[in-house]
Design a protein around this ligand. Sequence first.
Ligand code: RB5
Length: 144
Amino acid sequence: MKIAIASDHGGFEMKQALIKHFADKGVVLADLGTHDTCSVDYPDYADKMADYILSKQADLGILICGTGVGISIAANRHKGIRAALLYNDFVAQKAKEHNNANIIVFGGRTMNIDDVIRYCDIFLNATYEGGRHQQRLNKLDKGE
Ligand code: RB5
């Protein structure tokens, strides 16, 4: 599975920590920026990630801003993107099983790295259930 990651300045430190965590496990993440702590606009990184996922350059995206809220809102404006803010173990599981999220989102200023790594593991080990959930996903992108 190919995974990409991007953040604004509020998520930069957590992005770097996740890149290191995955690298230690032998998984290289595609880093779409930002590349330092200078102030940037989170919609730019949400848009970049959405384009990357929708053009199938990666199977999963990870987005991080200060709270995870702004970058979630921005990513979910793209038809075909299902960005899920993972804030506990149950949500991490269901975001895959029920929502088949193609982007997972974290808050760099509101979450700690140990929890975020665990949420990533739970999400990556879960399986999309399809069935009635697919019927619901189909309705997300209708009529646009
Ligand atoms: C940037 O200061 C901050 O507003 C952003 O990272 C995010 O928290 C927005 O939702």
